[in-house]
Ligand binder design. Structure first.
Ligand SMILES: [Zn+2]
Ligand SMILES: [Zn+2]
Length: 134
């Protein structure tokens, strides 16, 4: 069983092993995620092996984000046709095989249990989950 998501134009679709979203959902408030898509991003931090990306038209682009909160470069992959963020991967993630898959590719998102980069959270946004990083 898997759940299937896609970018706005559907050039890129993703398949995630079902169940992986429930305990991997985290919200990131960093300015870079906000600029890449919305006011914040909801991500499933999952094993790359549990994600299948279908990109038959070669629409997926990579922006190497070097101005990250952690200071470590992060690949931000997005659909070059419609601009939807698809996933991010840190240099650490390339070693551990973890990716931050954008939860908003799916029609429904699992509730985040962790918040990242809360220093960039707007003052009007309430805390909604545990915090592991300021
Ligand atoms: Zn697209
Ligand atoms: Zn972020």
């Amino acid at each position: 069983m898997s759940i299937i998501g896609h970018c706005n134009c559907e050039a890129v679709s993703v398949e995630l092993k079902a169940g992986e979203q429930k305990f991997s959902s985290m919200i990131c408030y960093c300015n870079n995620c906000a600029r890449a898509g919305a006011g914040y991003s909801i991500n499933y931090m999952v094993d790359q092996a549990d994600v299948t990306i279908k990109d038959p038209k070669g629409a997926l682009q990579t922006y190497v984000d070097t101005r990250t909160t952690s200071g470590k470069p992060m690949d931000r992959r997005f659909c070059g046709k419609c601009g939807s963020p698809v996933l991010s991967q840190t240099t650490d993630g390339k070693t551990t095989g973890k990716v931050f898959l954008k939860a908003t590719l799916f029609d429904e998102q699992a509730a985040p249990f962790l918040e990242l980069c809360t220093a960039s959270r707007s003052s009007w946004q309430p805390a909604i989950a545990g915090t592991i990083q300021k």
